[in-house]
Design a protein around this ligand. Structure first.
Ligand SMILES: Cc1cc2nc3c(=O)[nH]c(=O)nc-3n(C[C@H](O)[C@H](O)[C@H](O)COP(=O)(O)O)c2cc1C
Length: 192
């Protein structure tokens, strides 16, 4: 854990929330399938509208052709540090409800909730994650086969933490920059 990344909160929060942050420096240590399944199991216990559980996960471990395919989808600013990730995991969402095939308007909400549980479980095991929107979602189906009913949501880079010194700039500085948030009075909407 990088102390400087700990959330400076106005009110006390759970350690697991305070200590989560989006890391970029990953070590050579690999993530085993068993560990990955633990993270996906955690994700699967998120709440979801109608208990639809629209989340799906496509896992690419480092040093596999699948990793190279996902890596090729990443935008320039993400490639320099994602190359060290132990895995790239693509979160996907099932567009329609299974019961009536109608669009599931809660799908993105629910996949995001699952991704957070994935992350918190990972953090509790010494693994750090970084959610990525900077990838070519429109090209996913050019590099891997996916059922039509699924849409790519966000990529997650993850791995065990390494020293920030290993990174090139500007990522090295970002790895040791304190996290910031809006104050509560900016996000609490006063009702009149
Ligand atoms: C939906 C989403 C997309 C993101 N995309 C990227 C990205 O493409 N590249 C990147 O470096 N960080 C990305 N991030 C990480 C955010 O920049 C990061 O969560 C935010 O700055 C807060 O930092 P923290 O997670 O360390 O608290 C993304 C985060 C989310 C939730």
């Amino acid at each position: 854990m990088n102390e400087i990344k700990k959330a400076q909160t106005q009110f006390p929060v759970l350690d697991i929330i305070r200590d989560r942050w989006s890391a970029r420096s990953f070590s050579d240590k690999s993530i085993t399938p068993e560990t990955m399944h633990t993270l996906i199991e955690a994700a699967s216990w998120a709440f979801s509208a109608n208990n639809e559980q629209p989340w799906r996960y496509a896992v690419a471990y480092k040093n596999t052709p699948e990793f190279d395919k996902f890596f090729s989808l990443l935008m320039g600013g993400n490639q320099p540090w994602c190359k060290n990730a132990a895995a790239l995991v693509l979160s996907l969402g099932k567009k329609n409800y299974t019961s009536n095939n109608q669009p599931n308007s809660a799908m993105l909400h629910d996949v995001g909730s699952a991704n957070m549980l994935f992350t918190l479980q990972a953090n509790s095991m010494g693994i750090y994650t970084h959610v990525l929107g900077g990838y070519h979602a429109d090209k996913v189906k050019e590099v891997v086969e996916l059922p039509d009913e699924l849409v790519p949501v966000y990529m997650i880079a993850l791995g065990y933490l390494d020293d920030h010194e290993k990174l090139e700039e500007p990522f090295r500085t970002r790895e040791i920059t304190p996290r910031s948030r809006k104050s509560l009075n900016e996000i609490i909407v006063e009702l009149k």
